[in-house]
Each structure stands twice: as structure tokens, then as C-alpha cells.
Design a protein around this ligand. Structure first.
Ligand SMILES: [Zn+2]
Length: 449
């Protein structure tokens, strides 16, 4: 870990060496943040160097990651996912600069592979005999997928009610799966206890400090994909708060290295049925006033996590990946919003399901409920008139819709039954044809290309 200075506690601010703390702050139990030697890294990671790089995965940013030896990393393609300009959807909702970062395109079909890759590389480096983790489904299936590619045994704790596709992924990748008769939060605590008792290597989100490092690579990619221009705002689905804290970290890293000239505002999006972070942000805003964007060229403010109170809720959202009672990286998530001058938005589950359909029909991207919460949050702000037409906006799509087809089927519609011969089918087909002609006639925008 050539360019790593050490850890800093997110809650109390105490510094630790990499060997002086394993997961959390030995002083206060807070989550740890990895700090880098930016002065040296400035000469290592440059725009020209990155433009010339032929490595198109997260390891193109290896100097900014706490991994010593690239021979220890999973051999699968992780990261460098597409950033699409959403022309059709943007037009429909009146936005000229809308982009979608499709992280369902990772090996296990979710954003979590970025985190698992870095955490598992660390496990291999330290000679861990076994990896464990608790998960709502995606982090676990990601750990199982990447561990399979490395030949590492994994034990995953998931709530019994996790979507079947995610359980199928876990099992088919060969993980030992413990279906906890309880919530994600209970699975998390049980996994921690097993880690303590048996000395396993733990990948848990918002506990293992390396998950945030993997997750930040998404922001580095966005900067490069926008030709080293930071977007105005980035919309992030929030459950545990670890993705959003990673997203903010990535932009701060590139800003500190002079690779981007300004910082984006980070918008946290949660379901109203799992809104612990939104509520914590609201309390902070009432106390300190609305956060302001970071002026170009200035350092972002540093808010100490111990000033932030995140209180648990009783999560019941359909978006299982962000269904969390107590966000495990909650303080860091609130900090990302406040330091960046961002926002925190809660949306109804119905709006999340509707966003699945809209995204699929306008852009051909199929996201899971949590994965499209970002878009639902953007739509909410558009409705309130709080988004400028010319803003550059990125919605993070964090997971594939195939992971939870039951939710998609709630808004997808139904197929039309038809007999297997033309004469019996004719009536149905003619009705269909009429309906399509009417729709296109009314739209009036169908033309030959
Ligand atoms: Zn501490």
C-alpha cells in the first residue's frame, strides 16, 4: 500500500496506521477512512497518464487503492461501466445533460463488485482463510462471485426474505448461505459476532474500511468519462450509506489531485420507508442551515462524524438493497451530503417502481428497485422545480433488474394470450396494430431515421 498514509476515524478524527486498526477505530468504534499521500500521488496519477492507460477496470486507479499487489485481485472485469447520455429520457423530463451510470453491468450485476474486489484483494494479501459478510443480497452475491474467481471460501448471512435471484446467485457461486430469520440489521450483527469469535475476514459494508475505497472508483470513472469535468449533481441510492460516502470520496480524491477543477453536489435518495439518512440530514440542516456547494478551487469543509446523529428507523421498503434500519456508514453518508452542498430526498416506493418502468422504456436499462431510486429522486426534484435544464446530472444505477423480477412485474404489465394459428389470432393482432398506430399517431414523433 505504497501511497496510503493510514486511517482516520470518521467519528472522532483520530489517525491510525493500517496495522494499528483492523476494521473500526480502536478508540471510539467509529468507521475508518483511508488517507493517501496526495502530494506524491499528484505525480503518479495524471490526466495524460490516465488517458494513455490501457487498463479499463477499477485497477487503472491502483495507486489510489489500498492494494499492494495486483496479482491478488479477482480476475473478473470490474468497473469501467458505461456512462450513457440519456437523450430520450432527458428530453421527456426537460433535461439536456442527463447521464446514467449503469453499474448493473458488473460481474455479479451490481455496484457492490467494486467494494468486494478491493476487500477480497486485501483478504488474499493478508492470507485470510475465509471471507464472511452480511448482506441484503447484492454485497453477498458479489462477494460470492468474486471469491469463486479467487478460490476463496465464503460464508454469507442474508435475511431470509432476500429476493430469490440473489439467493440463487449466492448458492450457484458456492457460498455457504445462512438465511437469517430476521432483518438485514440482525444478519449484520450475527455476522460481526461470528467474525469476532472465529477470526474470519469480514467484508461488511460500513465496517470494513476498504469497501468505500472500491466504491469510490465509480466517481473516478465518471470524471474520466466526462473528460475530467465533474458533473453538477450526482444522485445516489442510499441504504447503509457506504456507496454515497465512496462516491464523495472519489470526487474528493480527484479534486485533491487536481484532476477535476470543482466538486459535484451529492444527492442522497432513500425510500420514505427506509429514510434514516434523509432524516439525519434534515435534522442537521435545521441546526446548521442548508449546506452550500464547494466554491471552485476551495477545499471542501470537513465535518466530524460525531456531530452527526443517525437514528435507526423501521425499514419496510420494497427496494431490498436499501432497506436498512440503522445505516452502518450513516455518518459518512450525511457528511457527503453536507460537505458537498447536496441534498437528501425521500421517495415513495410507488415512485421507485415507476422509475424502473420509465428507465427501461426510455433508455433500455433494466434496474432493480434500489438501483433506480436515484432516478426517482431526480424526478422528485424536477417536479419541485429544483433542477436546471442545463445541469450535468448523473444518476447512479446500482443493480440489474433481473435481481428482483417480482418487483418489476408489479409495473411491467401482462402479456396477451393468443392461439397458435393466424385465424384465431387475427382479431387480437388487429386490435394490437390499431392501438400501436393510435399511440404513434398521438405521439407524432415517429419518423424514419
Ligand atoms: Zn474514533
Amino acid at each position: 500500500v505504497k501511497y496510503v498514509n493510514g486511517y482516520r476515524c470518521i467519528l472522532c478524527g483520530a489517525p491510525w496506521t493500517i496495522d494499528g486498526a483492523e476494521y473500526t477505530c480502536p478508540g471510539c468504534g467509529g468507521n475508518l477512512d483511508v488517507e493517501y499521500d496526495y502530494a506524491v500521488l499528484k505525480n503518479v496519477l495524471t490526466r495524460d497518464g490516465l488517458r494513455a492507460s490501457e487498463r479499463f477496470d477499477i485497477w487503472r486507479y491502483a495507486p489510489l487503492l489500498p492494494v499492494a499487489d495486483l496479482r491478488a485481485v479477482p480476475p473478473l472485469q470490474i468497473g469501467w461501466t458505461p456512462l450513457y447520455r440519456a437523450g430520450r429520457l432527458g428530453k421527456k423530463i426537460g433535461l439536456d445533460g442527463l447521464f446514467l451510470k449503469d453499474d448493473g453491468r458488473n460481474p455479479s450485476a451490481s455496484f457492490k463488485d467494486r467494494a468486494s474486489a478491493v476487500a477480497l484483494a486485501r483478504a488474499v494479501e493478508t492470507g485470510a482463510p475465509l471471507v464472511t459478510g452480511a448482506s441484503t443480497g447484492n454485497a453477498g452475491s458479489s462477494a460470492a462471485c468474486l471469491a469463486a474467481s479467487l478460490g476463496l471460501p465464503v460464508v454469507i448471512f442474508v435475511p431470509e426474505a432476500a429476493p430469490r435471484a440473489k439467493i440463487a446467485q449466492l448458492l450457484i457461486f458456492g457460498a455457504r448461505v445462512l438465511a437469517v430469520r430476521g432483518s438485514y440489521d440482525q444478519a449484520f450483527d450475527l455476522c460481526l459476532e461470528a467474525t469476532r469469535r472465529f477470526g474470519w475476514y469480514n467484508r461488511n459494508t460500513g465496517f470494513n474500511p476498504f469497501t468505500r475505497e472500491g466504491k469510490k472508483t465509480c466517481s473516478l470513472e465518471i470524471c474520466e468519462q466526462l473528460q475530467f469535468e465533474a458533473p453538477d449533481r450526482v444522485f445516489v441510492p442510499v441504504g447503509d450509506g457506504n456507496i454515497i460516502s465512496g462516491i464523495w470520496k472519489g470526487f474528493r480524491d480527484f479534486y485533491a489531485l487536481g484532476l477535476i477543477d470543482r466538486l459535484p453536489r451529492i444527492v442522497a435518495v432513500q425510500s420514505t420507508r427506509s429514510a434514516a439518512v434523509v432524516k439525519a440530514v434534515d435534522r442537521m440542516v435545521r441546526r446548521r442551515g442548508a449546506p452550500k456547494p464547494v466554491p471552485e478551487g476551495e477545499a471542501p469543509p470537513a465535518i466530524l462524524g460525531q456531530e452527526i446523529e443517525v437514528e435507526p428507523v423501521r425499514a419496510t421498503t420494497v427496494a431490498d438493497s436499501i432497506s436498512v434500519d440503522l445505516p452502518r456508514d450513516g455518518a459518512a453518508a450525511v457528511r457527503a451530503v453536507l460537505e458537498s452542498g447536496g441534498d437528501a430526498v425521500a421517495v415513495e416506493d410507488e415512485a421507485i417502481l415507476e422509475a424502473i418502468r420509465l428507465l427501461a422504456r426510455e433508455e433500455g436499462i433494466f434496474g432493480e428497485p434500489a438501483g433506480v431510486a436515484s432516478l426517482a429522486g431526480l424526478l422528485r426534484l424536477v417536479e419541485k422545480g429544483e433542477v436546471g435544464r442545463a445541469e450535468t446530472l448523473v444518476c447512479l444505477i446500482t443493480g440489474s433488474g433481473l435481481k428482483d423480477i417480482d418487483s418489476a412485474l408489479k409495473v411491467a404489465g401482462t402479456p396477451t394470450p393468443v392461439e397458435p394459428n393466424f385465424e384465431s389470432a387475427r382479431g387480437v393482432l388487429e386490435d394490437l396494430l390499431k392501438e400501436l398506430q393510435m399511440q404513434n399517431g398521438l405521439d407524432g414523433n415517429r419518423r424514419a431515421v
